[in-house]
Design a protein around this ligand. Sequence first.
Ligand code: NDP
Length: 282
Amino acid sequence: MRLLVFGKTGQVATELQRQADVLALGRDEADLSDPAACAAIIRDSNADAVINAAAYTAVDKAEEEEALATVINGDAPTEMAKAAAARKIPFLHISTDYVFDGKGQQPWKPTDAPSPANAYGRSKLVGEEGVRSAGGNFAILRTSWVFSSHGANFVKTMLRLSETRDTLQVVDDQIGGPTSAADIADALLTMAKAMIGGQQGGVFHFSGAPAASWKDFATEIFLQAGRLIDVVGIPTTEFPTPAVRPLNSRMDCSDLDRQFGIRTPEWRLSLARVLSELEAGG
Ligand code: NDP
């Protein structure tokens, strides 16, 4: 299958390139701040499916740059999905738990009404709506708390901080699913293959199980990495950030298993793989 991937350097884009023979386009070849140019690339390609793994992911900065974030996360995927629909090829897009406001304790279902609490979430929701209404076979994979051995992520931040500190304060009232970029890439490739074969897509949730707090995640990172760090839980209110974070990011991933046979990954096992990659030098 000929897969065209937008994004080259990001966590998920890197894993897609590791796991499959894809044509991955970096910002220099496809800049999502120019949606029409990205759509033209799809129109002129011979791809069997398109995966969009590029996004404006600077959650706090998006509060000041919502217009730019909305072009990259909203308008670009919309135009790209329309171009894919015109070519009758599937369009697979990654979205986020941040389209939900984080209220309650129940895992979010794909059919629950989104209500983003920050600019990044709003920009991603614009993209979701555009992709859904483009008229083609689409998949929107909402994921959360992405980590890998490369790029910027929580695992690497915790390991870096542990080099100079014995105690770390970590938020313990945001609950979600840490998800490895490798598991996301694997899921997207399975979905792309099935959709090229005619299977219908839709909106799906995919995040690591079991649900955990950032403190639980940090504790497990240090346990597996063999670092003796005292992790002290703090409420979100003691760690203010420009963008509001949802407290409840639990996601119900059962639809993906039902429709594509993709099981929910256990994040502790995926973490072990990432840590051994980091130990081996990335
Ligand atoms: P990264 O932040 O690791 O990478 C983002 C990618 O997007 C980079 O390749 C970056 O390229 C590219 N990009 C940014 N702006 C542009 C632009 N204007 N034109 C072209 N490319 C651009 O992202 P992840 O792999 O972590 O995220 C993948 C997807 O998952 C995204 O849709 C994200 O919204 C979603 N997601 C991520 C979460 C997370 O915790 N990271 C949580 C939930 C969802 P460059 O190197 O040139 O900047």
